[in-house]
Design a binder for this molecule. Structure first.
Ligand code: GUN
Length: 281
């Protein structure tokens, strides 16, 4: 079974569109998301466009602020401070990565926790690891939604996550743990990785290497979630971290790239923006 994140996110966005259409009457306005893009990296620009398009569909007001990569850290922090103080703004997202002269940690920490739609602020991260209510990071949240939608039972299963980033690997491992999976976090230094991944009932791959996971790394019946967004070095086309053609026949459930996890991430960003808006009402 191939889970279409595209179809699932379209259904969820339609539900959100209907919900948001009731907001002007109830609250006098719609949620407002501000996305800041520094520089002109084509991949980041394309993600930011996707976020604006989804906002438009759902009925969320979107402001995209484009800044040159020469912007100083101080200027960026000032801009965020203004948006923190602006009552008309419900969500602030700074597209990562940032140029080397700007501290991502400082920028993330400067965003008001209540407007942190990415769930990257240290206070949101701490709340996640302490099982307190918080804004969940979009990609991990989207992955759990897809697993539940596909009817995958997580409880008691062996989950292996490849990758230990703050954005995906660590938080998805925590969410799987909260769903009572037995979780292993593997990474580039893991010894005998194929031996580890063959033990997985659920395999989440977020390592950023094209077609890294091959058929011999996966056992029959495994649920495979591919978070990778890479350019195929040969064709230049988008491809995941999983060799889809080779792994799909062995997997019980698998996500494609494109059209898998990516659309779910954007869908969860819309959900987080609505949640931040509603918490203020
Ligand atoms: N860059 C890659 N993924 C993300 C994300 O989820 N949020 C932000 N802000 N930047 C990213």
């Amino acid at each position: 079974m191939v889970i279409s994140g595209k179809d699932l996110s379209a259904r969820l966005k339609e539900d959100m569109r209907q919900e948001v259409s009731t907001f002007p009457e109830k609250y006098g306005r719609v949620p407002h998301l501000v996305v800041i893009l520094v520089g002109d990296d084509p991949a980041s620009a394309s993600y930011v466009k996707g976020k604006a398009k989804a906002s438009e569909f759902v009925g969320i007001r979107n402001t995209t602020v484009l800044k040159p990569d020469t912007i100083s850290e101080e200027e960026l922090l000032e801009l965020i401070q203004k948006l923190n103080e602006d009552e008309s703004v419900d969500g602030i997202l700074v597209q990562l990565p940032l140029p080397g002269h700007i501290s991502e940690a400082k920028v993330i920490e400067s965003i008001d926790k209540s407007k942190d739609v990415d769930g990257f602020h240290p206070l949101n991260v701490a709340a996640l690891w302490q099982k307190q209510s918080c804004t969940l990071p979009c990609t991990p949240k989207g992955i759990i939604k897809m697993l539940k939608f596909a009817g995958v039972e997580i409880k008691g299963k062996r989950a292996v996550v490849i990758g230990r980033s703050n954005i995906v690997g660590l938080p998805v491992a925590k969410l799987l743990l909260d769903e009572n999976a037995t979780v292993t976090i593997a990474h580039s230094r893991t010894r005998n990785l194929p031996e580890v991944t063959r033990e997985a009932d659920i395999l989440v791959v977020a390592i950023g290497r094209p077609r890294f996971v091959t058929a011999e790394m996966v056992s029959d019946g495994t649920v495979v979630i591919d978070v990778g967004v890479n350019r195929d070095p040969e064709t230049g086309k988008l491809c995941g971290d999983v060799d889809f053609a080779a792994v799909e026949p062995k997997a019980s459930v698998i996500t494609p790239v494109p059209g898998g996890v990516g659309p779910m991430t954007i869908c969860c960003l819309m959900e987080n923006t609505i949640e931040c808006f509603l918490r203020k009402q």
